[in-house]
Design a protein around this ligand. Structure first.
Ligand SMILES: Cc1cc2nc3c(=O)[nH]c(=O)nc-3n(C[C@H](O)[C@H](O)[C@H](O)COP(=O)(O)OP(=O)(O)OC[C@H]3O[C@@H](n4cnc5c(N)ncnc54)[C@H](O)[C@@H]3O)c2cc1C
Length: 432
């Protein structure tokens, strides 16, 4: 809703989970909010694995479980460690595990309709090119067609956020701090999926994949079951892709052809292929998230917990908290950086920044010891199970000692101590 000067209370740029959650929070409090999205519709440009998490999603959309176009309710999480040919899988299974697989094109479109129903004005197929400033205060945005003005502008324009860079709050992302993710959605019969993944009806499985074509590089693979398709993909830091001259789609082909993966997706026909960036910098790379007249939410603020694969929930909750702050600011008619810093404070008190702080050293340690943790030890886990399951008339004790000796002969003692020290540092940061 805009007045004759194209002015509203709040403009939100980007209709992903962060932007929609922010806009809907503001509209539900009776304020005027315009949500601008460059795609044909919300979700048309959005890519993820993926799973949305039940509890945080319910904070914004209390009835989503019965009303939203969800695919499957995930009941199992498989951690797969792939060697060149072999693999070890640990599976955690529990009914009602707290997440659903969704297709973003469908889910975001539904969420945007909910926002419209709550009173949000959505302007689609419109790219915001620039911020409009009055001195140091952001007062609006320039699109290809016209200028829009507002008391507050919220930037929810995702990982690349050119607009956050224009505020001066964010710099270009270092190639170490961003992963390029490629994924395919493969169509498969529902019964085949249920049989192969050992589930029934609309139950689903998440696969978190280590190693395989990503042995030694900072990357992970993922697999999600949808109603009648399986999503498979991987993400590798841009730095590792460039340094090793890897092509992501070739790595994905290798992953799909791994003997432990191929039987799960055999016969699947390609429905969709996408590539997208994921912020991987962690806590230390979160920029300041507000300035005069402007707040940054979701991926645009680098809010992703990469170890737990959480992005949508951080996006939704940061959007909600920014929305609440915007409402307070409108009531107080104060749009200064100082007032809007209430959003940063609320975020710090929430799980969003607390969790990111918990893993503040994770990325540094991963970069430092990536060959050890993502190559040597992954292979060792598989070779332990190979030894344990081999029946070859060699006494078991001999096999155990051979395995233990190999740990000290395959890797220098000083490197083993460095690995141990890295684990202690990591645990220290997580637990204390
Ligand atoms: C392959 C992959 C797998 C993932 N898997 C998971 C998962 O399983 N679970 C999970 O929780 N998270 C996952 N994530 C992370 C998650 O997708 C993101 O954290 C989340 O989408 C961030 O939401 P957002 O609203 O901040 O940004 P986005 O979802 O990126 O939305 C940004 C929106 O802004 C629009 N936009 C951008 N620039 C402009 C502009 N100038 N003008 C107008 N509109 C603009 C875009 O079109 C888009 O709609 C995954 C990410 C990837 C890439």
């Amino acid at each position: 809703m805009l007045n004759s000067d194209n002015k509203t209370d709040v403009i939100v740029v980007g209709a992903g989970p962060a932007g929609i959650s922010c806009a809907i929070t503001i509209a539900r409090k009776g304020k005027r909010v315009v949500l601008i999205e460059r795609g044909m519709f919300a979700g048309s440009k959005n890519v993820f694995g993926g799973a949305i998490y039940t509890q945080p999603t319910k904070e914004i959309f209390p009835n989503f479980e019965t009303e939203a176009p969800v695919e499957r309710r995930n009941i199992a999480h498989n951690f797969m460690i792939l060697g060149k040919e072999d693999s070890t899988t640990i599976s955690y299974r529990k009914s009602g595990n707290g997440s659903y697989s969704v297709i973003r094109g469908k889910f975001d479109r539904w969420a945007a309709q909910e926002a419209k129903n709550a009173g949000v004005t959505i302007v689609e197929q419109t790219v915001v090119r620039e911020l409009i400033k009055n001195g140091t205060t952001v007062v609006g945005v320039k699109t290809e067609l016209e200028d829009y003005y507002a008391d507050i502008v919220v930037l929810a324009d995702g990982v690349n956020s050119l607009l956050a860079k224009q505020t001066g709050l964010r710099k270009d992302i270092d190639t170490k701090d961003v992963a390029l993710s490629v994924k395919e959605v493969l169509k498969l019969d529902k019964d085949i999926i249920n049989h192969r993944f050992n589930v029934k009806d609309d139950e689903g499985v998440i696969g978190q994949i280590f190693g395989g074509p990503m042995l030694g590089i900072l990357g992970l693979g993922f697999m999600y079951t949808n109603k009648d398709s399986v999503t498979i993909g991987l993400g590798v830091t841009l730095n590792d892709l460039v340094e090793n001259n890897y092509r992501p789609f070739e790595l994905l082909e290798q992953l799909k052809n791994h003997p432990s993966i191929a039987p799960l997706i055999e016969g699947g026909t390609l429905k969709e292929y996408n590539a997208h960036l994921i912020p991987e910098g962690g806590y230390k790379k979160i920029p300041k998230l507000c300035d005069n007249g402007v707040m940054i939410v979701g991926d645009a603020g680098m809010l992703v917990n990469n170890l737990h694969w959480e992005g949508t929930n951080l996006a939704m909750i940061s959007g909600k908290l920014a929305g609440e702050t915007a409402v307070e600011a409108l009531n107080a008619e104060n749009f200064s950086k100082k007032f809007l810093s209430r959003y940063e404070k609320a975020l710090k008190n929430s799980f969003v920044i607390k969790d990111m702080h918990t893993y503040k050293d994770l990325m540094d340690i991963c970069h430092e010891r990536q060959k050890a943790f993502l190559d040597y030890y992954l292979k060792k886990i598989n070779s332990f199970f190979e030894m344990f399951t081999t029946v070859n008339s060699v006494p078991k004790r001999e096999n155990y000692w051979k395995f233990i000796k190999s740990i000290f002969t395959d890797r220098k003692i000083c490197e083993l101590f460095k690995d141990l020290w890295a684990i202690i540092r990591l645990l220290w940061g997580i637990l204390l």
